[in-house]
Design a protein around this ligand. Structure first.
Ligand code: HEM
Length: 413
């Protein structure tokens, strides 16, 4: 922390993740807010920002703040049980992401569904779809990586991971695009409700898929593993399965779309790093953390809500106020990383918190890294001389991350 905060200019004048300057170089703004103290009030978002890694790791680990969106002071009223539609029954009723006790139980009993051989199997299923995507692109002089590749990958990998048969893919596709809109407070009520309708339809399909799978049990995908867990656990039922699958869609679609764009951009800007990054799946696992650190694409961090009035890190926080944990503020801090502006895919991370920490550590981490590895390896195999066609324009509209409007690549074929 630096000098007395009152002597400093208002933080709003130094920190604005939606600004053009942040999208071009977030480092000075991230360092400026972190220098203001461990918990900084940010009026434009009506939220507290938690800036220091030790505090963030402690909060992740002890879960003393709520993860329940309906505990937010500005959330719409929590729907009552008699009025729940299917979406609400899955999300509000089961509260996988909200109720810490049920959450821990579900994570514990579902851990066999993430065993190494299930994950390996899922990865084998994704590979032919990635190849098919590049077959469809063919050998053009240039193409937009976002529309031709990145936008398809999250859907392919999540449906393959879950085990949704291909005949249902067209109907399922929309929900992966609109799911995060179901609780987005910055859009209209009408659009939120339309997104919920997409989710209701997706739940209908999932119920059909589950019924079919009960008739014809299989092995090797996530749904089959979850059905086995359901059969031997009284505290885990079909709605837990549906909730978990929706959570995979919610947490796994946007994140991988962003990761795809930045991975391609980072490696094309630093061609000397490609070979080391893609040497093996394990090498890429580390390279990916470095790519995301270097890219500085995070804007928001991770939201939590104060369960009661509390004194937190020296500040009086009111019940319902949002606290945003921002682990990315350290990413260009020379106190954490030497030469932070340099991409070094062999850089060591101790600890590596890209996928979170503690009880809510990312379920999809292995899948996310493997599908990126598969896609990038395929791209460089097909187009070994690929380059960026232009410096891509940043899209300031995305509220969660710095992304590109287009990412045109030249194949040099
Ligand atoms: C680049 C890709 C990804 C990154 C960087 C990422 C990162 C994270 C982080 C940091 C968390 C913790 C959030 C918090 O504490 O509030 C998280 C949670 C989660 N992630 Fe990911 N994720 C990625 C991809 C995926 C994918 C592909 C899936 C699923 C297919 C997924 C499923 C989840 C789920 C379900 C949670 C909630 C876990 C829980 O609350 O127990 N993520 N992720």
């Amino acid at each position: 922390m630096s000098e007395n905060a009152t002597a400093l200019p208002p933080i709003e004048s130094l920190f604005d993740p939606n600004s053009q300057s942040y999208s071009e170089n977030p480092a000075p703004q991230c360092l400026a807010i972190a220098a203001r103290g461990p918990l900084v009030w940010y009026a434009p978002w009506q939220a507290w920002i938690m800036t220091q890694m030790t505090d963030i790791m402690d909060c992740w680990k002890r879960e003393y703040l709520s993860s329940d969106f309906y505990d937010w002071e500005f959330a719409p009223p929590r729907p009552t049980e008699e009025n729940w539609n299917k979406f609400e029954k899955a999300l509000v009723g089961h509260s996988l992401l909200a109720d810490p006790d049920h959450h821990r139980l579900v994570r514990r009993i579902t851990s066999p569904a993430f065993s190494r051989n299930v994950v390996e199997n899922i990865q084998r299923q994704i590979e032919p779809h990635v190849k098919r995507l590049f077959d469809d692109i063919g050998t053009p002089e240039s193409f937009d990586y976002i529309t031709e590749v990145a936008q398809h990958i999250p859907f392919i990998s999540i449906t393959a991971m879950v085990g949704v048969p291909e005949k249902y893919w067209p109907e399922m596709k929309r929900v992966t695009q609109t799911f995060t809109e179901t609780w987005n407070p910055t859009i209209s009520e009408e659009r939120r409700l339309r997104a919920q309708e997409d989710s209701n339809k997706a739940i209908d399909i999932l119920q059909v898929v589950i019924a079919e799978r009960r008739e014809n049990p299989q092995d090797g995908d996530f749904l089959s593993a979850l059905l086995k867990i359901e059969a031997s656990n009284d505290n885990f039922n079909e709605w837990d399965i549906i909730t978990l699958i929706l959570a995979l869609i919610g947490a796994g679609a946007d994140t991988t779309l962003i990761a795809q764009q930045w991975s391609v951009y980072a490696l094309l800007k630093n061609p000397d790093q490609v070979q080391d990054a893609l040497e093996s799946a394990d090498a890429f696992s580390n390279a990916f953390s470095e790519i995301m650190r270097w890219s500085g694409n995070s804007k928001m961090g991770f939201a939590r809500y104060a369960p009661s009035d509390m004194n937190l890190l020296g500040q009086e926080v009111k019940k319902g106020q949002m606290v945003l944990m921002m682990p990315h503020l350290k990413d260009h801090d020379p106190a954490y990383f030497s030469n932070p502006e340099k991409l070094d895919v062999k850089r060591k991370f101790e600890p590596d918190v890209l996928f979170g920490y503690g009880p809510r550590f990312c379920i999809g981490a292995a899948l996310a890294k493997r599908q990126l590895y598969l896609t990038l390896s395929e791209m460089f195999k097909r187009f070994p001389n690929i380059t960026l066609a232009e410096e891509p324009e940043r899209d300031l509209e995305d509220h969660n991350a710095v992304v590109f409007k287009r990412l045109i690549v030249k194949t040099h074929l």
